[in-house]
Design a protein around this ligand. Structure first.
Ligand code: ADP
Ligand code: ASP
Ligand code: MG
Length: 468
């Protein structure tokens, strides 16, 4: 079997869903499980409704919800057979009624808890999957709606729940094996799960890619396909550099670095489950299904390209801790990092000298408490609004003089905290947030204005993700 995951833009309206159905049809013989995101920007819109309700603007929340519901009903009526539209409308209505009740609760409470945020945002995927399954049936494919929540078991860290693989894996396997054995095409939700089948959770924004990979690994899929709005993994985000080219094949390690360091095309955790089971992942364009996409495999073939791609992450904070007590003191760093452990916040990059430590964070939710605790160690200075740039490629391991080439191509930009990680397949550094676009453009020009045709494909038609 294979997993086919379709992102928000690949299910955004009736045209996109019809395209999805055609793509699934071409691979029916591979026994697909279809995982979908919410339609278009529905998750953001639902969360906005929740925020309005929390600030006492229930009327405005209902008004916004009306627009969401009109789009879903309108799409459903364009795609569904007349004898099914009644039952589909009923199922969609049930979801909108649930959303309304939670909005009323949020309004009464006067605040938005992570739990009620999940109760609202999880509906995007529940709604889209109902419509996609019905659209398949209207086209003669036996789409079977499957609620993933009882099987995708997580802890109760709402809005970023952690999957409990020990229970989730066997549950997912039995849920989808049963659905597949009946010969239909299961259509299920990315992004959502539940605390042991009881309370609905979500696993973090953009998490549908991760859901697809978890399901693929639990079922020992042949392949996990991520269908999105670009041709594959590009040399950088085409929204910043329209001249990007597509990487044909990339290793798990390279793609994982890119995803972790900000390439939005894959959720940062997507590759972990696939890597463990050695399942190839393919990133494809749902608007141009005839193109091959990017294959992500254990070992990428030998390549002459120095770099595969450039990722970047905005909204980074640097924390500098300076202390004389570090001098010759063992155990200092262990105690310092214990602060991050206590606040469940991960550090991306670290640089140390004899008297200071600099660390970068992109999760700044607990920054104030972290700073307060770190002040016991020395003087703490925080620089906000920084950006991390990460250049990835397995040949970085073998290329002397690469640092000189990287930094001379952006010499007008101030760079800090350079790191050439232990894996040696990435070079990362920090720039001021306002410089990130210029830096990425300069680096792309330096490394990809001429590209190796064995490693990359120039798209014949410009990407949907590109500006314009
Ligand atoms: P989906 O809704 O299908 O999950 P996303 O918007 O989450 O899609 O991810 C696709 C987007 O990722 C692209 O439109 C593109 O702007 C962005 N992106 C960032 N870096 C890259 C990259 N290196 N290659 C391809 N796309 C990238
Ligand atoms: N719909 C969710 C989000 O917008 C999950 C996803 O699209 O991957 O974050
Ligand atoms: Mg995504």
């Amino acid at each position: 079997m294979i997993v086919m995951k379709f992102g928000g833009s690949s299910v955004e309206d009736a045209t996109a869903i019809s395209r999805l159905v055609s793509v699934v049809r071409t691979q029916l013989d591979r026994h697909p499980v279809v995982v979908v995101s919410a339609m278009g920007k529905t998750t953001n819109a639902l969360l906005e409704c929740a925020r309005l309700a929390a600030t006492g603007e229930l009327g405005a929340a209902y008004y916004k919800l009306e627009t969401i519901s009109a789009h879903h009903f309108n799409t459903a009526s364009q795609l569904t057979l007349p004898d099914e539209i009644g039952s589909l409308r009923k199922a969609l209505n049930k979801r909108f009624d649930d959303i309304c009740s939670v909005l009323v609760e949020i309004d009464k409470a006067g605040q938005l808890t992570p739990r009620s945020s999940d109760a609202i945002s999880s509906n995007g995927e529940l709604l889209s999957s109902l419509i996609v399954a019905a659209a398949m049936r209207a086209e003669g494919i036996d789409g079977v709606w499957v609620d993933v929540r009882p099987a995708m078991q997580t802890n109760d860290d709402f809005t970023r729940a952690v999957v409990r693989f020990d229970t989730a894996n066997p549950e997912l396997k039995s849920l989808f094996t049963r659905a597949l054995s009946e010969g239909g095409v299961p259509v299920t939700q990315g992004f959502i799960g539940s605390t042991a089948g009881v309370v609905t959770t979500t696993i973090g924004r953009g998490g549908s890619d991760y859901s697809a990979s978890i399901i693929g690994a639990a079922l020992d899929a042949e392949e996990i396909q991520i269908w999105t709005d670009v041709d594959g993994i590009m040399t950088t985000d085409p929204r910043i550099v329209p001249e990007t080219v597509k990487v044909k094949v990339i290793s798990f390690a390279e793609a994982a670095e890119l995803a972790y360091f900000g390439a939005k095309v894959l959720h940062p955790s997507t590759l972990l489950p696939a890597m463990v089971k050695d399942i190839p992942v393919r990133v494809c364009n749902s608007r141009r299904p005839e193109t091959a996409g990017t294959a992500i495999v254990r070992h990428s073939p030998p390549s002459n390209a120095l770099l595969k791609a450039i990722a970047f992450k905005r909204g980074i904070s640097i924390i500098n801790v300076a202390s004389d007590r570090m001098l010759m003191a063992h155990g200092f760093l262990a105690r310092l990092f214990e602060v991050f452990n206590k606040h469940e916040t991960s550090v991306d990059m670290v640089a140390t000298s004899e008297v200071s430590v600099s660390m970068t964070l992109d999760d700044t939710r607990r920054l104030d408490q972290i700073i307060a605790d770190l002040q016991e160690f020395g003087d703490v200075v925080v620089e906000r609004d920084q950006a991390l740039i990460c250049l990835v490629g397995e040949n970085l391991k073998f290329t002397p003089g690469i640092a000189a080439r990287i930094f001379s191509s952006i010499k007008q930009i101030n760079v800090s905290m350079i790191s050439h990680g232990a894996s040696a397949i990435n070079v990362s550094f920090i720039v001021n947030g306002t410089d990130v676009e210029q830096a990425v453009k300069g680096l792309h020009q330096e490394f990809f204005s001429e590209f190796d045709a064995e490693t990359f494909d120039a798209p014949s038609v410009r990407q949907a993700g590109a500006p314009g």
